[in-house]
Design a protein around this ligand. Structure first.
Ligand SMILES: [Zn+2]
Length: 243
């Protein structure tokens, strides 16, 4: 077990409603789509970033810091901005691949998915449990807590002042907006918010019932649901994933 200074990065995908994520007809496709987007983000992350773990629709990454003011802050900030390009490119590819195809709620709402990234610099306790590396400490909690904030927007890079002071000292950061977030147990936290730099999506005008593969998939889902109802099978998550 050791204590280290580290850069902490939490990338979170949101946008699907609970209906999409829980509904029998769309849950598998929703998970596939979010997984593809998550992979695009992870592929865009290179050294010094290390993927610590996946947490549902979020990826938690970190980079141990050799010393304060080291050049890694610039590199990490540039990589995080690149996450948005990678995310949007994969999102566009998924929309295009599904054009006129499957008409489940997940496939018809890929454009609703958005990315937000939290960046913090602090101290972590690194512990090893069998082969798993676990990060703990106040700064890990703060990084996660910052996802719940008062911004009212769904796509952004949010950095704490601790991280921002490192990038801004090199003079290369854009001018962000300043906010304060208040938490009962962590107090007031000064944050900086950057809008994402990425191109907008092209949404095809014709989406449904024009792709034979998609029509077949839709009919298959419909027939399977109908067959189950006919046989009186009560739907639940166990039998959803096993057939
Ligand atoms: Zn679908």
């Amino acid at each position: 077990m050791e204590i280290k200074d580290a850069y902490l990065i939490l990338a979170d995908i949101s946008g699907y409603t609970p209906f999409v994520k829980m509904h029998r007809a769309s849950i598998l496709h929703a998970e596939e789509i979010v997984t593809e987007l998550m992979e695009a983000i992870i592929d865009a992350a290179g050294p010094p970033l290390i993927l610590n773990k996946l947490e549902g629709d979020a990826a938690f990454l970190y980079a141990p810091a050799a010393a304060r003011n080291n050049p890694d802050s610039q590199l990490i900030f540039a990589q995080v901005r690149g996450f948005f390009q990678a995310f949007k490119a994969r999102q566009q590819a998924l929309i295009k691949a599904g054009e006129g195809g499957c008409f489940c709620e997940a496939c018809c709402n890929i454009e609703a998915l958005q990315l937000k990234v939290i960046l913090h610099y602090g101290q972590v306790v690194i512990k090893h449990v069998h082969h798993h590396e676990e990060l703990a400490g106040r700064d890990v909690i703060l990084t996660h807590r910052l996802l719940k904030n008062s911004l009212g927007i769904h796509e952004y890079v949010l950095t704490t002042e601790d991280f921002y002071s490192l990038v801004s000292s090199t003079g290369n950061a854009d001018k962000p907006e300043t906010h304060w977030e208040n938490y009962d147990d962590l107090g007031s936290v000064k944050v900086r918010v950057f809008p994402p730099q990425s191109s907008s999506l092209e949404i095809p005008a014709t989406r449904r019932f024009t792709n034979p593969k998609g029509i077949w998939e839709g009919l298959r889902l419909f027939a399977r649901n109908f067959g189950r109802r006919w046989r009186g099978v009560k739907p639940n998550f166990a039998n959803l994933v096993t057939d």
